[in-house]
Design a protein around this ligand. Sequence first.
Ligand SMILES: Cc1ncc(C[n+]2csc(CCOP(=O)(O)OP(=O)(O)O)c2C)c(N)n1
Ligand SMILES: [Mg+2]
Length: 662
Amino acid sequence: MTAMNLMTADAVPILSELERKVLWLASWTIHNANRIRENSDGLKVGGHQASSASLSTIMTALYFRSLRPQDRVAVKPHASPIFHAIQYLLGRQSREKLERFRGFKGAQSYPSRTKDVDDVDFSTGSVGLGVAQTLFASLVQDYVRAHGWGLEHPEGRMVALVGDAELDEGNIFEAILEGWKQGLRNCWWIVDYNRQSLDAVIREGLWSRFEALFRDFGWDVVILKYGSLQRAAFAEPGGERLRQWIDNCPNPLYSALVFQGGASWRKHLLGDLGSDDEARELIERRSDEEIARLMTNLGGHDLPSLLEAFSRADDGRPVCFICYTVKGYGLPFAGHKDNHAGLMTDAQMDAFRAAMHIRPGKEWEKFEGLYIESERLQAFLDGVPFAARAARRYKAPALEIPETLQVAIANPMSTQAGFGALLNELGKTHASFAERIVTTSPDVTVSTNLGAWVNRRGLFGLEAAIDTFKNEHIPSTFNWSCSPQGQHIELGIAEMNLFSLLSALGLSHELNGVRLLPIGTLYDTFIARGLDGLNYACYQDARFILVATPSGVALAPEGGAHQSIGTPLIGMAQDRLASFEPAFVDELSVLLAWSLAHIQKQADQESDDRDWLADETGGSVYLRLSTRPIEQMKREMNRDRIVRRSSRIAARSRPRRSRQWG
Ligand SMILES: Cc1ncc(C[n+]2csc(CCOP(=O)(O)OP(=O)(O)O)c2C)c(N)n1
Ligand SMILES: [Mg+2]
C-alpha cells in the first residue's frame, strides 16, 4: 500500500460518517423548510432530496478530502442542500440560514455567489451554464498566469458537478469545442450518472456516447461504475455472471429494483442467474439487506473508489469522471422515477431519523448519531485541506482609469468607428490599466472594429504562432499572430461562449486575485443567442463591458435578419447591467472611461444618498453602437455633462426618490 492509499484508508471511516451526516442535514434542511417551518402564504417551498442524495458521497469525498482551497467548484444546482450542509459542518454556514432554506436571506435553493454567504465559487441554477463556466474559468486562469500575474497564488482546478441530464444542454458542447481549441487543462467534470432526469429514466447507454465525445475532444475519461463491494463480489465464484447481469440490466429495471429493495433484487437475480450454482450461492450467502447494499454500491457511492480516482487525475488534461450513482441514495424513494421533486413524508422522516440515531430536537447537532467521538470528528474537520484558508475569494484593487480617453474624432463618424478608434488609441498607451484590458469576440473581431486594437496588442494563445499570411508577405490588414502575451481571445461563433468567457474574465479579481478589464464585442441582434448566459454572468456579478455593434433599425442596407429592435429592452431589464446607446463619439469616449471604472466598483453596502442604484456597487455595462456615420458636434464633453443628463432621466423614471437633480 502506498502512503497515499494508507492515508485514504485511514480517512474512510470518518468520511463515511460525515457522508451520513451530510445526507441527513441536507434532507432535514429541506424537510424543515417544507413541513416544520411556518410558511404563512401556503406557497410550495420545495427542494430536491433525491438529487442531493445522489451527490452525497461524491461531494463528501471532494470537500472533505480531495479539494484544495484554490480549487473552484460549480455544484449541480439541485445539490445545493448538500453543499450548505458541508459548509455548515466546516463552520462556514449558520444553522439560522439552513433553517431559512429557500426563504428570505436563507440558504439559497441553488448555490449563489451573490446571495449565499458560504463561499460559493460559481452560481448554478440554469443547468449547463455553471458547467461551462468552470471550463472558461480554467482558460482565464491560464490567460492570467501566462501574462505573469497571480503567480503568488497556487494554480487551481475548476470542477463541475454535472447532472447526467444536464449534459443535454447545447452550451456544454459549444464549450467543449472551444476548450479543445484553446488547450484546456485543470478542469474536472464529474458526471452524477444516476440515469434519471426530472421526468424519467434516461436513455440506455448514454455513458458510451459521453465517453466517445469527451475523448474526441482530448479529455481523459474515468468511469466509476462499480464500488469496492461489487468488485470484491465479482472476484468470488459466480461473480463474473453477476457483473454481466449488472452490465446488461436496463436502466429502468435497475432503478425499479433499487426502489423495491433487497427481496426484489433477490427474486430477479435468482430468476436470471439461479441456474448457475456459483452465482446462486453468491446471492444466497447474503441477506436481503446485504444484497441491496451490494447492488447500490456503485462507483459514485464508494468512497475508496472516488478518493483513488480523484488522487490519480492528471491536471495537464481536462478529465471527465462518469460516476454511477443512485438518485435518492439512502432515502425511501431511491431509484423511483418520480423522485425528482419528491419530499419525504413525516413518517418517512421519522424512520430516517431513527435509522440515523438522531434524537428528536437534536436534528441540527453536528455530530448527533455518529459512531466516532465528536473530538475526533472535529479534529478531522479542522484539518480539511479545502478549508485551510479562511477566505478563498481573492480581492484585487481597482485600477486607475482616466476621466476621458483620447480619440481622434472624424466628421462624420459612426459610434462603431469611434469605438475602433478609441481601442486603437488604448492599444498605443503605456498606461497600466490598458495592460489589463482583454478583448474577446465570437468571430466578429474584424467586423466590430477591434482590428486595430488586435494589431497592436496581439491575439492570445498559450503557444506563440506566426500569422502565415504575414510570413508569406501577402498584404493583409490584420495581424493574426498569437502569443502568451496577446490581449485578445478569439472565440468561435457561438455567442453563448462569449458570455461564459466574459463571465469568467469578469470574475478574475475574485478567482485569480488579478483584475481584468474585459471587453466583448458581438452583433447586437445575436445577444439573444446567448441571453441566458448574459443573465447568468450578471447574476453572479461578473464585470465586463459588452459592446454590441451594429445595432438599431437604422442599419439600412444590412437590414434583414441583422436588425436589432428589441435589444434596448434587454439592457433596461437586466439587473447589474447598465446600458447606453451613445449618439456621438465624444459621449462614447466618456462612457467607455466611465465603464472601465464602473466595472471595478465594489461596495458591500449601498448608501441611501446615491444618484443611481448601482453607483456604488458597480456592475457590467452594455453599449449599443451604430455603423451609421453622423455629423459630430464640436463641444466640450466631460463626465459631468453625461451623468447629469442620465441622472435627470433616472429621476424622472423613479418618482419615489426624493433627491432633486440640477
Ligand atoms: C435550463 C434549465 N432547464 C430546466 C431546468 C429544470 N430542471 C431542473 S433539474 C432538471 C433535470 C436534471 O436532471 P439531472 O441533470 O440528471 O440531475 P439529477 O436531478 O438527476 O441529479 C431540470 C429539467 C433547469 N434548472 N434549467
Ligand atoms: Mg440525473
